[in-house]
Design a protein around this ligand. Sequence first.
Ligand code: FAD
Length: 415
Amino acid sequence: MNYLDIDLTLTEDDIELKKAAHRFAKEVMRPIAKKLDEMTPEQVIAKDSPFWEFMRKAYELGYHTILIPESYGGMDLTSKQQAIIFEELAWGSFGLTVALGVASFPAFGASLVAEEELIEKFIVPYCECKDASIIGCWGITEPDHGSDTLMPQYPSFSDPNIKAQCRARKDGDEWVISGQKSAWVSCGTVATHCALFCQSDPSMGHAGGMICVVPLDLPGVSKGKPLNKLGQRDLNQGEIFFDNVRIPQSYVIGGADAYEALLEIVLSTTTAFMGYASAGLARAAFEEALEYAKNRVQGGKRLVEFPNIQMKLFHMFSKVELTRYYSRMAYMFNQNTSTPAEEYSIIAKVFGTNSAYEVAHDAIQIFGGNGLTKEYLIEKLYRDARATLIEDGSNDTLAIAGGHKMIHNYPRLDM
Ligand SMILES: Cc1cc2nc3c(=O)[nH]c(=O)nc-3n(C[C@H](O)[C@H](O)[C@H](O)COP(=O)(O)OP(=O)(O)OC[C@H]3O[C@@H](n4cnc5c(N)ncnc54)[C@H](O)[C@@H]3O)c2cc1C
């Protein structure tokens, strides 16, 4: 009996990829993530930090190209395989998995339109990179604009009174970018390239956006301090500032006319990613609790012999299983349709991250006082899970945006 996947359609390749990713998560990611969690944000990104050992080993295995099509040098994976591998990696560390995911963001964004120059400049060199010397990030949120940047089609998204803090204006054949992105940009202070989502037509509000690749060694780019935070401390984050930074038109992935549609495609990928990665995080927390409950004796009995613990573990296990299969299905659906239904991916994110948080919360209860100490991994998993409820869109605002879409799109069957 295999408790780790009840999908009977998994191929031999799927299973091999899953095993290999699990080995990497267990042998490389877990130990490195534990060390990074105890460091300051500055130590995490210092030259001799184990963060770089993780990135180099992941790049050597090609894990930085999971989301990139094979025709450009990516790993040649089905959408199911992408979900399977990311779940395993997130079992090892959620924060490091996000670092790897955003590292590919400029190349991934460029692959959506596949213009010759974008391929040559930003996709192929990234795929060929084996030493983590090319790292991407995704700059979309701003100090004064978090949730509202992630709600395409919602009425506030096209409100012209909402002025973004990072804007691009056309100057001849070039775009000039000024402003800043928030301190939450993952890999923000270590990235070499940014997939920048900024405003190019303020008369359209956030909908008047532009997606472009900005090499972060261009004149006018500067970065803030690495952010010190509660969970996912192994994930570097920080602001990026743009002071009249010039890029050619050829670095633009999409302009205001396509922005909202492209953003929906991007969010359909990222929110489903948060779902299946949460299955890995929830599973890690569940396994810690199960193992502890098998060994801890109270009143002459092991904890697993008490009905309330059996019931709690059952509900935790259910959440892991439901998160995995729903988010995998939502991802596969949205990757294989011409117009993704973002609300399905939002369900994966909201249900999955809520589940991971609840499982980690219940796991701490099973650990009793020990669960609150740094001696046990569950304390870190709980903090990591807490961050997921806000990461990539707060669950409240995503639910509002998802509800808005569902109400407008839900088909009525004319019986
Ligand atoms: C671990 C992590 C990684 C991240 N990585 C990135 C990244 O790579 N790139 C990037 O650009 N950003 C990133 N972010 C930022 C993230 O997307 C934002 O934190 C998130 O969208 C929420 O925005 P905010 O923090 O500004 O909160 P706010 O938008 O200020 O929201 C604060 C509260 O108000 C509520 N709220 C806001 N608007 C509404 C509304 N219209 N109706 C009802 N309630 C509302 C929210 O639900 C929330 O509870 C990351 C964040 C985290 C925690």
